[in-house]
Design a protein around this ligand. Structure first.
Ligand code: PGA
Length: 251
């Protein structure tokens, strides 16, 4: 399985800035053929992603979706709209949405279901809030997995990407989680998925990934890829991360 490396721009980049980002990154990214790549712009820049990535195998998608098909939900965006635009991915349950919009299990499960109804790939983010041991983190991670994915049949579960994003490792002032913690969390998530007969799910790590630490994280056992925030706002940094190889792969 190729490593999966993606970026969420969060609430950054106007459509004009997005077009400039793609102009720098795409000519470099298209030569990276041994990775699955994706970019998640904010809604207004999705059309710029579609235009810039049309002739490439680079995936793109949205950072959120409403669970309903249509209707009286002012300001929201449905899975049907995203699918019609051409989105491949929908990010669901990022800790900033759980925090800012009080998103909980029931809503997130409904967003996953809506995304799958339209044959897009949900990227479910899970991760504990406070820094501590993996034993302390386990109940939160399992509760988040069960809450958002517990009702999916195995064949559907295999179409999901899980991003392990410890909240304490995300954002300005944070630092990447220690290697043994990342590896243990990925083992835990993999065991949970295999317990539900899902064997093909990519489990990726997010939280302060940058060009200096990408290789060491990517090489950890059980890490199928990287999910990049801040560092990806610089297209050259994202290109560097996307092209990162771990030592085993080089050999
Ligand atoms: P960061 O964000 O890379 O800026 O820490 C990661 C994320 O939220 O996925």
């Amino acid at each position: 399985m190729n490593k999966l490396i993606g970026a969420s721009w969060k609430m950054n980049m106007t459509p004009t800035e997005a077009t400039a980002w793609f102009a720098v990154a795409v000519p470099e990214l298209v030569s990276i053929t041994d990775r699955e790549l994706f970019v998640l712009p904010p809604f207004p820049a999705l059309a710029a992603a579609r235009d810039a990535l049309r002739a490439t195998s680079i995936g793109w998608g949205a950072q959120d979706v409403h669970p309903d098909e249509s209707g009286a939900h002012t300001g929201d965006v449905s899975a049907a709209m995203l699918a019609d635009l051409g989105c491949h991915y929908v990010e669901i349950g990022h800790s900033e949405r759980r925090r800012d919009h009080r998103e909980g299990s029931e809503l997130l499960a409904a967003k996953v279901a809506a995304t799958r109804r339209w044959r897009m790939t949900p990227i479910l983010c899970v991760g504990e809030r406070r820094r501590g041991s993996i034993e302390e983190a386990t109940p939160t991670i399992v509760r988040q997995l069960r809450g958002a994915l517990g009702a999916l049949p195995p064949a559907e579960l295999d179409e999901v990407v899980v991003a392990y994003e410890p909240v304490w490792a995300i954002g300005v002032g944070a630092a990447v989680a220690p290697a043994d913690h990342i590896a243990a969390a990925h083992r835990l998530i993999r065991r949970w998925l295999e317990g539900r007969l899902a064997t093909r799910v990519s489990v990726i790590y997010g939280g302060s990934v940058d060009p200096s630490n990408a290789a060491s994280i990517l090489c950890l056992p059980g890490v199928d890829g990287l999910f990049v925030g801040r560092a990806a706002l610089d297209p050259r940094a994202f290109v560097q991360i996307a092209g990162t190889k771990c030592i085993e792969e080089e050999g």
